[in-house]
Design a protein around this ligand. Structure first.
Ligand SMILES: [Zn+2]
Length: 116
């Protein structure tokens, strides 16, 4: 049957300031803090990961010097895993509702709460 493939809705579970490890790609094994989350693209910017060189033209009117600037590029959220602050393992994210009704993200290994 020519059924259309269900659109996968992966919701990004990462938040700014999460500590993550890169699990695939050029920067695999690197660890850093999430600087920015781009939910609509399912991407994150991680401190010190995925540097790209950007060539900039000098523009004296805007006081921009020409040259090569390095900055972090957004990488796909599926290429990183959160690192648990409790057990220091990289983990998948689970969810739990606390006694006070607060919904938090938890570590799948040790049940440690990932949200501070
Ligand atoms: Zn843990």
């Amino acid at each position: 049957m020519g059924a259309t493939a269900p659109r996968e809705r992966t919701r990004i579970n990462l938040k700014k300031n999460d500590t993550v490890t890169v699990v695939s790609g050029r920067d695999a094994g690197k660890q850093g803090k999430v600087l920015k989350v781009i939910p609509e693209k399912n991407r994150v910017i991680v401190q010190g990961v995925g540097f790209v060189k950007k060539h900039t033209r000098p523009n004296p009117q805007r006081n921009i010097k020409g040259g090569i600037a390095e900055r972090e590029a957004a990488i796909h959220a599926s290429n990183v895993m959160i690192v648990c602050g409790e057990c220091s393992k990289r983990t998948r994210i689970g969810h739990k509702v606390l006694g006070d009704g607060r919904k938090v993200r938890v570590c799948r290994h040790c049940e440690g709460v990932l949200d501070k």
